[in-house]
Design a protein around this ligand. Structure first.
Ligand SMILES: C[S@@+](CC[C@H](N)C(=O)[O-])C[C@H]1O[C@@H](n2cnc3c(N)ncnc32)[C@H](O)[C@@H]1O
Length: 257
C-alpha cells in the first residue's frame, strides 16, 4: 500500500511497554493520526502505566513537534482498572522525566480538579480513557468540551466493550450522531470524533483511508499480542521454575530420610 512499507517500524514499535497491554492495538494508528494533525496541545484523561501516553509522546518526538502533553490520572485505579501500586506512577514519572521532561507533565489528580488548568478553546487532541461507565465518560467529555479547539479531535477508548457497567458504547452512539466521527474497530475499539458541526479535509483524508486504518489495526494487534505472548512465556517460566524447585526440595527430602 502506498506510503506504508516494511520500513515503517516507527508506527509498530514502542520503546517502553508495560501491562496492561490492551491499548497497544491503537499505538500505530494514533502515531499516524498525530503525524497527520500535528497537535499543539494534547491532554490525556486516564494514563495508568502509560502505554497510550508513550505512544503519543513518541509520535510527537519522531515528527519533531513542539507539542505539550498533559497526562491526568489519580494513579489510584478505579472499579474497572482496579487499585494498583504507587510504583506504577513512580516508574512512569522517572521515564517521562528522563525522556520527555520538556514537553510532558503528569498531573496526579482527578480529571475534575485538572480541568481548570486549561484555557477554553486550547486543546487539539483529547484522549478519554478514564472510568468507563456511561455517567463518568459523559462527564469527562462535557467537562473538557469547552477546552477543545473547534476542529479538535477527541479519542474515546473502549467503545466496543459491552460487559458489566461499561457505558462508553452508549455514549459513543449518541455522540457519533452529532459529530463527524469514525471508529478504529480492533481491540476494544477507539472512537475518533471531530469537535465541529461539519467535517474538514484533514479529518476526511484520515477517516476515508479505510485500508490504511486496517493496516494500522493489524500492526497494533501484532504489537499487543507479541507482548501478551512474552508475558505468558515469563509466567510459564516462573511456573516451571517454581515446580522444579518444589520437585528438587522433595527429592532432597527423600534422600535425607
Ligand atoms: C483504563 S485506565 C487508563 C489506561 C491507559 N490509557 C493505558 O494506555 O493503559 C483508566 C485510568 O483512569 C484513572 N481514573 C479513572 N477515573 C479518574 C478520575 N475521575 N480522575 C483521575 N483519574 C481517573 C484510573 O486511575 C486509571 O488509571
Amino acid at each position: 500500500m502506498k506510503g506504508l512499507n516494511k520500513k515503517n517500524t516507527k508506527y509498530e514499535s514502542l520503546a517502553r511497554i508495560k501491562p496492561p497491554f490492551c491499548w497497544l492495538n491503537h499505538t500505530p494508528f494514533v502515531k499516524y493520526l498525530i503525524e497527520e494533525i500535528k497537535p499543539g496541545l494534547v491532554v490525556e484523561l486516564g494514563t495508568h502505566s502509560g502505554n497510550s501516553l508513550i505512544s503519543i509522546l513518541e509520535a510527537c518526538q519522531s515528527n519533531n513537534l513542539n507539542t505539550k502533553v498533559y497526562a491526568i490520572d489519580t494513579w489510584l485505579g478505579d472499579n474497572h482498572s482496579k487499585n494498583y501500586s504507587d510504583l506504577i506512577y513512580h516508574d512512569l514519572f522517572s521515564y517521562v522525566k528522563l525522556n520527555y521532561a520538556d514537553n510532558c507533565t503528569l498531573l496526579k489528580m482527578t480529571f475534575e480538579e485538572a480541568v481548570a488548568s486549561f484555557s477554553d478553546n486550547s486543546i487539539d487532541l483529547l484522549h478519554i480513557d478514564g472510568y468507563h461507565t456511561y455517567d463518568a465518560v459523559k462527564k469527562d467529555f462535557e467537562d473538557y468540551l469547552p477546552k477543545m479547539k473547534t476542529n479538535g479531535i477527541v479519542l474515546f477508548h473502549d467503545i466496543l466493550v459491552k460487559d458489566s457497567d461499561f457505558g462508553v458504547h452508549i455514549f459513543w452512539e449518541e455522540l457519533s450522531n452529532k459529530y463527524p466521527s469514525f471508529i478504529q474497530d480492533n481491540g476494544t475499539g477507539l472512537g475518533v470524533l471531530l469537535v465541529s458541526e461539519s467535517s474538514n479535509d484533514i479529518f476526511d483524508s484520515i477517516r476515508f483511508e479505510t485500508d490504511k486504518i486496517k493496516t494500522f489495526s493489524l500492526m497494533g494487534d501484532v504489537l499487543r499480542y507479541k507482548e501478551e505472548i512474552n508475558d505468558l512465556n515469563l509466567e510459564l517460566k516462573f511456573y516451571q521454575k517454581s515446580r522444579i524447585i518444589k520437585f528438587v526440595k522433595k527429592i532432597r527430602g527423600v534422600f535425607r530420610k
